[in-house]
Design a protein around this ligand. Structure first.
Ligand code: COA
Length: 185
């Protein structure tokens, strides 16, 4: 693991490219350590996309054209308390604020052996897409996620390291931890 290549925004764009999931894409090579995330891509992602439930982006390695990660994005709304809103300097009389959500994110097992930082690079890509939406299509102040601690408690650390914080109001008796990152904070 010590020889893994560190990925950041600069070398990431040289080594990889994003592609939207489509009918013609072969997914058989993708393998994720968590079965649910593997099965979702193979069995569910295309149907969800065609039903306008979740749009999936694949990350491909340029040199091999292999799929090394994917994320599914959806529109979201996040409920924040007065204190939480103040934290972002958002003094509005309503609780619910617009967001874009990472509904699924997974890195392939093979890629994790070769690279370090792909997960963070995918988050950077989600932020870039959210900024495009904000400039051209609709407003989404936050990037949100339900951190899936049922499968791996460590994902909380992963998201915290990427600047996400827990949504206090929403986290009562849940198998996942609702988190947000201020895209413009
Ligand atoms: C969670 C996941 C996306 C992280 O991707 P990754 O490429 O390993 O993450 P990165 O290399 O960008 O990690 C960034 C930082 O978070 C830490 N981190 C990543 N995953 C972690 C985990 N499971 N536990 C603790 N820390 C973790 C890394 O050590 C790194 O810290 P550092 O910068 O101090 O070295 C990936 O492990 C994965 O696909 N898991 C299976 C599916 C899954 O759980 N998806 C998320 C569901 S909400």
């Amino acid at each position: 693991m010590s020889t893994r290549i560190n990925i950041n925004l600069r070398n990431g764009d040289t080594l990889f490219y994003l592609e939207q999931l489509s009918q013609n894409v072969s997914l058989i090579d993708f393998s994720c350590s968590i079965k649910e995330y593997h099965d979702y891509l193979i069995d569910e992602a295309l149907r969800s996309q065609e039903d306008h439930i979740a749009l999936t982006w694949l990350l491909r390695e340029r040199s091999s054209d292999t799929i090394i990660a994917y994320m599914s994005l959806i529109a979201d709304a996040v409920k924040l308390s007065l204190t939480e809103k103040e934290l972002h300097n958002l003094k509005y009389p309503f609780k619910t604020l617009p967001a874009m959500k990472i509904a699924k994110l997974a890195i392939s097992q093979t890629a994790q052996k070769k690279y370090k930082g792909i997960g963070s690079y995918m988050i950077d890509n989600a932020l870039a897409l959210a900024r495009i939406c904000n400039r051209q299509l609709f407003s989404a102040r936050f990037l949100t996620v339900d951190a899936d601690i049922e499968h791996d408690k460590g994902v909380l650390i992963f998201y915290e390291k990427n600047g996400f914080i827990s949504n206090i109001e929403l986290n009562k008796n849940r198998k996942t931890i609702s988190m947000r990152k201020d895209i413009y904070g």
